[in-house]
Ligand binder design. Structure first.
Ligand code: F6P
Length: 361
């Protein structure tokens, strides 16, 4: 009898739409293509691998989950020491425990789905001796080596919808709205949703903003008869003054700030400078919730089947990616090496500028 192939599935880090579609894609493609396959779903991300807490998954477990948000396996975050280790609260390495589950289940490979942090920790797991294939997921779209990630498009839809809805109340009251969108490090989501919803100002981490420039645009709009304005602001947006602070100075400033997040600081300054009534809306984790949009269902399914291909061909240590519309894979080393920030000369930023959107500079 042909040898059994054993695969472990893990969803790790912040969740997003399309994780279940990807789990389904991997599972269905493996059962379709590999005659003797056993699949083990690890509960709550790496925790399941560390504690040997898993579910033996049968074909029926991969049905009926395509449209479900979140992850049926659960997820968690672990402490990660950059480039060095994954550790518990006392600083003890968790890699030996992971290896022990891997060996106990006699796994051939782990399929790990995650964002930037997960790609980095998956590399450590691969370096430790486990076979690994990863899938890029995040609403932030900031994983290096892939043009896009599943979750991103669904979040763009939600964020766009939020701003669409705010337009009516903003215009009724003649108010300024600052809408804070997710994106700690990169502005992909804010830029896409901001343009798609007709925001007047878009503030992203990659372009430090000058509050005077933002206020100028709002005043100009008011003068020309537009009593309201919408500012789409990434949670990681930073002013040109704060950008030059040292890490320590920035930390202190944040600690002493009366505002919970950057949007509140912006709203307060805009109100002070322009005298216009200003409100803040933070959709927060709503952006990661609910069913994946059709684009993400398709992408996650494509990524899932590509992961199965890599396993069939024993091509480990790779991340599935999409480049120029083609599904491909790249070495995990490369994917984990850096963050995909939004280039400040990106053509879509130029599009925003071309239609008069203020990018804060
Ligand atoms: O998934 C990435 C992200 O959406 C970031 O944009 C955001 O800062 C972060 O997740 C918050 O996630 P959590 O609250 O789960 O730590």
């Amino acid at each position: 009898m042909k040898r059994m192939t054993r695969v472990g599935l893990i969803t790790s880090g912040g969740d997003c739409q399309g994780l279940n579609a990807a789990i389904r894609g991997v599972g269905k493609a493996l059962f379709e293509r590999v005659p003797n396959v056993e699949i083990y779903g690890m509960y709550d991300g790496y925790r399941g691998l560390i504690e040997c807490d898993y579910k033996y998954m049968q074909p029926k477990d991969f049905s009926g989950i395509l449209t479900q948000g979140g992850t049926i396996l659960g997820t968690s975050r672990q402490r990660y020491i950059p480039g060095k280790d994954i550790v518990d609260e006392d600083g003890n390495s968790l890699l030996p425990d992971m290896m022990s589950t891997y060996n106990r289940l006699n796994l051939d490979c782990l399929v790990i789905m995650g964002g930037n942090g997960t790609q980095k920790s998956a590399k450590l797991i691969a370096d430790y001796g486990m076979n690994v294939v990863t899938l890029p997921k995040t609403i932030d779209n900031d994983i290096f080596g892939t043009d896009t990630t599943f979750g991103f498009q669904s979040a763009v839809n939600i964020a766009t919808n939020v701003i669409d809805y705010l337009h009516t109340t903003a215009s009724s009251h003649g108010r300024v709205f600052v809408v804070e969108l997710m994106g700690r490090d990169a502005g992909w989501l804010t830029l896409a949703a901001g343009i798609s919803s007709g925001a007047d100002v878009i503030l992203i981490p990659e372009i430090p903003y000058d509050i005077e420039k933002v206020a100028e645009l709002i005043r100009k709009r008011k003068k020309s008869g537009h009593g309201f304005s919408i500012i789409a602001c990434a949670e990681g947006a930073v002013s040109k003054y704060d950008k030059v602070l040292s890490e320590e100075e920035a930390r202190k400033k944040k600690e002493n700030s009366p505002y919970p997040t950057v949007s509140y600081a912006i709203a307060s300054e805009i109100e002070r400078i322009t005298g216009q009534d200003t409100r803040v809306t933070v959709p927060g984790h709503y952006q990661r919730g609910g069913p994946p949009c059709p684009y993400d269902r398709l992408l996650a399914t494509q990524f899932g089947t590509a992961a199965a291909d890599l396993i069939v061909n024993k091509q480990y240590g790779r991340m599935v990616a999409i480049q120029d519309g083609k599904i491909t894979s790249i070495p995990l080393d490369e994917a984990a090496s850096k963050t995909k920030f939004l280039p400040v000369d990106h053509p879509i930023i130029q599009v925003a500028r071309d239609i008069g959107i203020c990018m804060g500079d």
